[in-house]
Design a protein around this ligand. Structure first.
Ligand SMILES: [Zn+2]
Length: 153
C-alpha cells in the first residue's frame, strides 16, 4: 500500500507525541523524528531522567534509535524536533551533515539555529503552540530539571 508522504506538520506531531510520552514517564518533554523522503526513519525523546543519561536528548536519542546509517542517508534526511536544538544536538546534526531541521518552537529555548544556518542547514521554525505549552508547563513545574538539561544550575 502506498503511504502518503509525511508533511513537516505530520512529522512534528509524531515528535510531539514522543515529547508527551517522555513527560508521562517523568522526563523532559522533548521529542524528535528523523525523516527521509516523507517517511520516518526513527523517533526519539529526551531520556535523561528515564535512563540516567547525560546525552540522550530528543535528537540524540532519535539518532541512536536510527542506528548506524550511511552518510548518504543523513545527507538527505530531515531532523524534526519539538524544541530548538541545544549545542550538543546542533553538533550532532552538523557532524552527520543533516541538511534540514524542522523545529517545533524556539520561544522557551533557542539553541544553535544561527550556527546551523551559517553552516548551510535549512532551518524551519513552525512555532507550534502545543510545543510551547508543553515546555512552559514543564519549566514551571520542574525548573531544576530543565536547567540541568541545558547545562545550567
Ligand atoms: Zn540537545
Amino acid at each position: 500500500m502506498e503511504t502518503r508522504a509525511l508533511t513537516d506538520a505530520d512529522a512534528l506531531a509524531l515528535a510531539r507525541a514522543e515529547a508527551r510520552a517522555g513527560r508521562t514517564e517523568g522526563g523532559v518533554p522533548i521529542g524528535a523524528a528523523l525523516v527521509l523522503d516523507g517517511a520516518v526513519l526513527a523517533l526519539g525523546r529526551n531520556r535523561r531522567v528515564q535512563d540516567g543519561s547525560a546525552i540522550r536528548h530528543g535528537e540524540t536519542d532519535c539518532l541512536e534509535n536510527a542506528g548506524r546509517l550511511p552518510a548518504s542517508v543523513y545527507a538527505r534526511a530531515t531532523m524534526v524536533t519539538t524544541l530548538s536544538p541545544c549545542d550538543m544536538c546542533t553538533g550532532a546534526i552538523l557532524l552527520y551533515k543533516i541538511p534540514r531541521v524542522v523545529i517545533g518552537e524556539n520561544r522557551t529555548f533557542r539553541g544553535g539555529e544561527d550556527l546551523l544556518r551559517e553552516r548551510g542547514v535549512e532551518v524551519v521554525v513552525l512555532d507550534d503552540a502545543e510545543c510551547v505549552t508543553l515546555m512552559r508547563d514543564f519549566i514551571a513545574a520542574e525548573p531544576e530539571l530543565w536547567n540541568e538539561d541545558i547545562g545550567e544550575e
